[in-house]
Structure formats: structure tokens, C-alpha cells
Design a protein around this ligand. Structure first.
Ligand SMILES: [Ca+2]
Ligand SMILES: [Ca+2]
Ligand SMILES: [Ca+2]
Ligand SMILES: [Ca+2]
Length: 316
């Protein structure tokens, strides 16, 4: 390649990198949690009873019981015939009780424009009663950093102060109201535990029955996205290929997030399976990276232009 050709190539390549950085910023997006339960170990302290380690490298994070009453089946089991990707996490409140759980990841502090995405597959194996917004999940912040590394006792209260966004789905085709799925702000730092607390509506809800969770035997895909916009939070929830529900919360409970919460409400015995749980953090491009790339692109463009001018106007 000639020198001008190389410069043109370099200039175009750098410009492309710059455009990609600004448009999508995939270079800095990162999975900060990924758990497919291949290790057969729910809390990462040894193989669960009855489970098989199909992929010992798929360790994921410890999923811990948190504040709530007892009576639960909470373990990894083979769900190849259900969700269809080997081991999954079973959460079954056999006594129709509250029993939320949490899995922690390294804290992220969202600056303006940053996005945090929770993705997973889930299915409802059964429910004792069709129940209003009984299935719960969300992104949270352990404010006091006191959740620890082992299961909490049923009377524990260390997750009470955790705050975040709480997504809720009907278990079965219930008819007590028209809402089938919503996202609420949970900043109740007293009274009740994580994802069972008094929730505040943020205008993110669906009345479409397609967003109910049915015991249909198959897995469904969920994506809960938080994006900081100034001092607000733009919240989006999507089930399968259905239309997403979204809205802006003007008073977010936190810009720091470090945990995923999964659970069921106390009004039904609901047998859930979760798999392929991922949290992705998409920070906006750092101003320094953009500036360096812009300066480099500008310099190469200038050099290339001068070179082209000297070639097209040879001295006589
Ligand atoms: Ca799996
Ligand atoms: Ca594990
Ligand atoms: Ca806590
Ligand atoms: Ca409902």
C-alpha cells in the first residue's frame, strides 16, 4: 500500500471506530453478571442435592435467601424439558409465603446516559391460585452493604433498606384488575423486605394479557433496562417479542446498583424456574476517549488533505 493509501485507510478506519464509539459504544459494554447454573450450585458452596454439574465453569454468583418466611424449594435442577438450556434455578414458595432472593454483582454507579440491563429466561411451572402481580424481579442497591454472603434467616431484616426497581407479573390469568405487568419504584426503607415492599407506580404498566405469566411449560425472555437521563431514570420492561412498556421516573431511588432480586408474593404457592441470568452495563463513551479519537482523526484528515493537494498540484 502506498503512503497516501495507507493514510486514507487509517483515516477511514479511525473515523469508523469513532462513529461506532459514539453510536453504539460496544467496546466498553460489559456483562457484569452471567449465570446459567451449569455448576449445579445455587449458592456456590457445593453441589445442590439432586443436581448435576454439566458445566463446572458456569459458576455465576451465589443466590441467597433473604428476608421472608420459610418453606421454600430453592436449588438448581435440570430444566432441559422446560426453559431448555440445561440446569436452571428453582424458586418455589411451597407454603404460599414471601421468600425473595438476591444475587449480587460489583456495584456500578450510573452517570448520565449509562444503561443497565437485566436479562433472563423464566417459566412458571405451576401456581396454586391465579394471583395479581405475584411474580417479582428487579435491579436493586444494597444501601448498607449488609446483605452478606450466606442465606438470611426468615426473620432477618438486612434487605429492608435495599432500594431499586421492582417488576411484577400476574401469575396466571387473574382478573382482580386489568394490570398484567408493571414496574414500580421500591424505596420503602422500612416495614417490609426487598421486592415485597410498598411500591410506588412510575407509569410503567401493561394491561395486555399477553404479559401475564402462564404455566405453559415454556421459557419466556425478559429484559428490564434502566437508563439514567439527567437526574431521572428511563425504565423499560419487555417480555418476549411483545411491545415494551416504558416510562420515566423523575425521582430514582438510586444511581448505584449491585443486586438482582427474584421472588414470588405470599398470595400463592408459585413454582418458578430462572435461567440465563445476565446483567449488562453499557456506560456512555468516556469524554477522554472521544477527544483522543477526534484529535487523531482530525490530524490524519489534515495530513491526508495536504498530501493529496501536493500530489494534485506538482511543482514545475
Ligand atoms: Ca442453564
Ligand atoms: Ca452457581
Ligand atoms: Ca441491605
Ligand atoms: Ca392483574
Amino acid at each position: 500500500m502506498t503512503a497516501p493509501g495507507f493514510r486514507t485507510f487509517t483515516t477511514r478506519a479511525c473515523a469508523l471506530v469513532f462513529l461506532v464509539l459514539v453510536s453504539f459504544n460496544p467496546l466498553s459494554a460489559a456483562l457484569i453478571m452471567s449465570d446459567g447454573f451449569g455448576d449445579g450450585d445455587r449458592d456456590n458452596n457445593g453441589l445442590d442435592t439432586g443436581a448435576t454439574a454439566t458445566d463446572p465453569s458456569d459458576v455465576g454468583v451465589p443466590w441467597l435467601l433473604t428476608d421472608g418466611t420459610s418453606a421454600i424449594t430453592f436449588a438448581v435442577s435440570d430444566d432441559s424439558a422446560g426453559i431448555g438450556s440445561g440446569n436452571a434455578l428453582q424458586l418455589f414458595n411451597t407454603g404460599s409465603n414471601n421468600r425473595p432472593s438476591v444475587g449480587h454483582f460489583s456495584p456500578v454507579t450510573m452517570i448520565d446516559g449509562d444503561r443497565l440491563i437485566l436479562r433472563f429466561d423464566a417459566r412458571m411451572a405451576s401456581t396454586s391460585t391465579n394471583a395479581d402481580r405475584s411474580i417479582r424481579f428487579g435491579l436493586y442497591h444494597d444501601v448498607n452493604g449488609d446483605d452478606g454472603t450466606v442465606d438470611h434467616g426468615s426473620a432477618s431484616s438486612v434487605s429492608v433498606e435495599d432500594v431499586g426497581y421492582n417488576a411484577r407479573l400476574d401469575a396466571g390469568p387473574e382478573v382482580s384488575n386489568s394490570t398484567s405487568m408493571d414496574v414500580t419504584r421500591d424505596n420503602d426503607a422500612a416495614n417490609t423486605g426487598i421486592i415485597q415492599a410498598t411500591a410506588t407506580g412510575i407509569g410503567v404498566s401493561s394491561t395486555n394479557s399477553i404479559n401475564q405469566m402462564l404455566a405453559d411449560g415454556v421459557g419466556h425472555h425478559f429484559e428490564l433496562t434502566l437508563q439514567r437521563v439527567g437526574t431521572s431514570m428511563f425504565v423499560t420492561l419487555k417480555k418476549d417479542a411483545n411491545s415494551a412498556i416504558s416510562g420515566t421516573d423523575a425521582t430514582p431511588p438510586s444511581f448505584v446498583y449491585d443486586e438482582v432480586a427474584l421472588g414470588v408474593r405470599s398470595n400463592a404457592a408459585t413454582d418458578m424456574r430462572f435461567d440465563n441470568i445476565q446483567v449488562e452495563y453499557q456506560p456512555v463513551p468516556e469524554p477522554a476517549s472521544i477527544a483522543i479519537c477526534m484529535i487523531a482523526t482530525g490530524g490524519l484528515l489534515l495530513t491526508s488533505r495536504r498530501r493529496n493537494e501536493s500530489i494534485s498540484s506538482p511543482s514545475v
